[in-house]
Design a protein around this ligand. Structure first.
Ligand code: NAI
Ligand code: MG
Length: 495
């Protein structure tokens, strides 16, 4: 059920391959597996067991039993928080192994996994551990005839489905609030990046969580994912991924009227006004689209630049990309950008680049594959100018290191362009005019607006979208609302 792996950086670990159900790793019922590929070398790393519908049944049954069991149900919030803190400590202690696995399986730079993604897991767990004994109901004073109060109750079994772009972070964002509120969980990992969270599963057991509280499975979306969403004993579904899959999930979840949280796609604008610090705007524009190989739901993939500073901004941005976006082996210290996560994503991104060329946009930088030693799903950081709002590269989520730059004349036009999308996840704007900054922030249709930065999200601040970018919020105090029911209790005082 485990295999010994060694990464190019010399780290060695025992990699679990099974489905983590009831604190044990088990095979899938028909022993089906799928391979995980290293996107840098295009070679298979190992194969993991893939859950069948029957396995999803077992995982849900384990979670349901654990939800009712005194070993979990009777814990105080303080005790739940202590388990979460223990898990956070174990994650921190295993940081180098987890970062190594993430680099190998996902292709993100090791240094980023070590300094950003692994700490994010510990931070989110600690943040929600702190809430576990501070998240309670109210007494509502309606006069002497009635004593009324509310209690916050866990929802029950939560089915959580995560994508491959941030395997560790996305899992933590979902586990943190769910466990804080006393739920139990079946977490389905993404097929493309199954390995890091299977290692965390070992730590869940080591931290002392009762069996069945946290179940972690791999499986295909249409099989295991769909079975989880449709399962009659699952009370809630939380999903991060594509808008198309999010819509399917909403439909499937409607049969049993499940509570849902969806965090889906984006085509987030970044607006540069003519009074902005252009150098600062260029720096954040680079971070906002080129980080994580451009595979970020909130990536600011449309740069809208006021005409008076257009040339200056474009030059400055181009210089930043050329200087900072070092493409290479993700285990190399100097690498900023590794490979796209899979061949499918690589081809999808190249397909969008092709469509941009065909529709008449100008490729100012990149626009082609960037293999390393003849291998890997690498795409050169790509900047398009002369982009029209009707083009696919302006309208659709590319999810790669590709950005479209468009100029505008007036604030009204900027707002119209920014909102000219079916999405509404993030948005960024650069100006030194305080009043304009807040005025435009309110006009942009998005769940999050960054003023004079981009994508510096924070686990203490709510995260989520409007329009077709999702339903509900994760992170921050707002993230708790998705994981409990408010029960109202009326006590008649006239008896
Ligand atoms: P996807 O949305 O299909 O997959 C995400 C997760 O959903 C995976 O765990 C998958 O197994 C599961 N899933 C797929 N079909 C399902 C179904 N019918 N029922 C239940 N679960 C299901 O995304 P995919 O195909 O990996 O990527 C395609 C595009 O989606 C990307 O190019 C990108 O544009 C977007 N995307 C957005 C993400 C975000 O953070 N908002 C993350 C990943 C992808
Ligand atoms: Mg992989």
């Amino acid at each position: 059920m485990e295999v010994q792996l060694t990464a190019p950086n010399g780290k060695t670990w025992s990699q679990p391959l099974g489905l983590f159900i009831n604190n044990e790793f088990v095979k899938s019922s028909n022993e089906q597996k799928f391979a995980s590929i290293n996107p840098t070398t295009e070679e298979e790393i190992c194969s993991v067991f893939a859950a069948t519908t029957d396995d999803v049944d077992s995982a849900v049954a384990a979670a349901r039993k654990a939800f009712k069991d005194a070993s979990w149900k009777s814990l105080s919030g303080t005790e739940r928080g202590a388990l979460m803190l223990k898990l956070a400590d174990l994650v921190t202690q295993n940081a180098e192994i987890l970062a190594t696995i993430e680099c190998l399986d996902n292709g993100k730079p090791y240094s980023v996994a070590l300094t950003e993604n692994v700490p994010e897991v510990a931070n989110v767990l600690r943040y929600y551990a702190g809430y576990a004994d501070k998240n309670f109901g109210q007494v509502i004073d309606v006069g002497p005839a009635k004593f009324a109060y509310t209690v916050k109750e866990p929802l029950g079994v939560c089915g959580q489905i995560i994508p491959w772009n941030y395997p560790l972070d996305m899992a933590a964002w979902k586990l943190g609030p769910a466990l804080c509120c006393g739920n139990t969980v079946v977490l389905k990992l993404a097929e493309q990046t199954p390995l890091s969270m299977l290692y965390v599963a070992k730590l869940v057991k080591e931290a002392g969580f009762p069996p069945g509280v946290v179940n972690i499975i791999n499986g295909h979306g249409r099989e295991a994912g769909a079975a989880l969403v449709q399962h009659p004993h699952v009370d809630k579904v939380a999903f991060t991924g594509s808008t198309a899959t999010g819509k399917e999930i909403m439909k499937m979840a409607s049969a049993t009227m499940k509570n849902i949280t969806l965090e889906t796609g984006g085509k987030s604008p970044l607006v540069v006004f003519d009074d902005a610090d252009v150098g600062l705007a260029a720096t954040w524009s680079h971070i906002g689209i080129m980080s994580n190989q451009g595979q970020i739901c909130t990536a600011t993939s449309r740069l809208l630049v006021q005409e008076d500073v257009y040339d200056k901004f474009v030059e400055s941005f181009k210089a930043k990309v050329q200087e900072l976006s070092v493409v290479g082996d993700p285990f190399e210290e100097s690498t900023f950008q590794g490979p796209q996560v899979t061949k499918a994503q690589y081809e999808r991104v190249l397909g969008y680049i092709q469509s941009g060329k065909e529709e008449g946009a100008t490729v100012m930088l990149g626009g082609e594959p960037a293999p390393q030693k003849g291998k890997g799903f690498f795409v050169a950081p790509t900047v398009f100018t002369n982009v029209k709002p009707s083009m696919k590269i302006f309208r659709e989520e590319i999810f790669g290191p590709c950005v479209a730059i468009v100029s505008f004349k007036t604030e009204e036009e900027a707002i119209e362009l920014a909102n000219n999308t079916t999405y509404g996840l993030g948005a960024a704007l650069f100006t030194r005019d305080l009043v304009r900054a807040h005025r435009v922030a309110r006009e942009i249709e998005a769940g999050m607006v960054w003023i004079n930065s981009s994508n510096d999200s924070d686990y203490r601040i709510p995260f989520g979208g409007v329009k077709q970018s999702g339903i509900g919020r994760e992170l921050g105090e707002a993230g708790l609302a998705a994981y409990s029911n408010v029960k109202s209790i009326h006590v008649s005082m006239t008896a």
